[in-house]
Design a binder for this molecule. Structure first.
Ligand SMILES: [Zn+2]
Length: 232
C-alpha cells in the first residue's frame, strides 16, 4: 500500500482513469491529492512526473500544473535537480503544536461565531457538514480526500463567521487539515468526526455560544486522540 517509490497503487486506479475534459488539470490534481491524503503516495516518497504521465495518460502540462498547486498547499516539495517528493509526515512535535494552536483559537472562535449566525450562514455550515456524510462513489480514497477538504472548509467557514481574519489566515496558512488527515488513512478518522460536527451544529442552531465552544474543544481533542496512534 505504501510503496515509497510508486506513485499510484491498485486501489487508486479508478481515480487514475481520467476523462479528457475541460477540467483535465483539475481532475489530475484531485486524483493526486486523493493519493496523497489516503497515503497511496507515501509521505516523503518520490513523485515522478513521467510515471504520472503514464498513469493518467495525459501530457506533462496538467501534471506539472497539479504538482505546482500541491506544492503551494504544502503537500509536495520540489527540489532543484531532484524533482518532486510528497511532503514528509509532520513530526510529533509539530502535531502537538498544531493541536495546541487549534485548541487556543478554534473553541473561542466557535463561541464568537455563534452570535453572527443567521439562517443563511447556518445553512452554509450544514451543507459543508452534510457533504462529508455522503457516501457517494466507490472510491474510498477519493471519499477520504474529499472529507479532508470539506472538513477544512467547515472549520474555515466557522473562522470566517467569527470575523477575525488574522486567526483565519493563521490556521489556513498551516494547511492543518491536509497534514492531519494524511497521518492516518482510516474510517474512524471520518466517522467519529461526523457526530462531533453535528454537536457543533446543534449548539450553533440553539444559539448557545458556551455549548459551541465546548463542542469544538471536544471535537479537536478527540481528533488529536484519534490520530495519536500514527506516532506509535
Ligand atoms: Zn472537523
Amino acid at each position: 500500500m505504501q510503496n515509497p517509490d510508486l506513485t499510484v497503487d491498485n486501489e487508486g486506479r479508478t481515480s487514475g482513469r481520467i476523462q479528457r475534459a475541460n477540467s483535465l488539470a483539475g481532475d489530475v490534481y484531485e486524483a493526486i491529492f486523493a493519493q496523497l491524503m489516503s497515503l497511496g503516495i507515501a509521505p516523503g516518497s518520490r513523485i515522478t512526473v513521467d510515471n504520472l504521465v503514464k498513469e493518467f495518460n495525459v501530457s506533462h502540462t496538467p501534471i506539472r500544473e497539479a504538482l505546482g498547486r500541491l506544492e503551494g498547499e504544502g503537500l509536495v516539495v520540489k527540489t532543484h535537480l531532484i524533482g518532486y517528493r510528497a511532503a514528509p509526515q509532520i513530526t510529533r512535535r509539530r502535531f502537538d503544536e498544531l493541536y495546541e494552536l487549534r485548541l487556543l483559537l478554534e473553541p473561542a472562535a466557535a463561541a464568537k461565531a455563534t452570535a453572527t449566525l443567521d439562517d443563511e450562514r447556518l445553512a452554509i455550515l450544514r451543507e459543508a457538514a452534510g457533504v462529508m456524510a455522503r457516501r457517494v462513489g466507490k472510491d474510498e480514497r477519493l471519499r477520504y480526500s474529499n472529507f479532508a477538504r470539506q472538513d477544512a472548509i467547515f472549520h474555515d467557514k466557522i473562522m470566517e463567521f467569527a470575523q477575525n481574519e488574522l486567526i483565519r489566515e493563521t490556521l489556513n496558512h498551516q494547511h492543518t487539515h491536509f497534514h492531519i488527515f494524511r497521518l492516518m488513512y482510516h474510517s474512524r478518522v471520518t466517522e467519529e468526526a461526523l457526530d462531533e460536527h453535528e454537536a457543533i451544529l446543534a449548539a450553533f442552531a440553539a444559539g448557545d455560544a458556551g455549548a459551541a465552544k465546548k463542542a469544538m474543544r471536544v471535537h479537536i481533542e478527540n481528533s488529536r486522540d484519534r490520530l495519536l496512534p500514527a506516532f506509535e
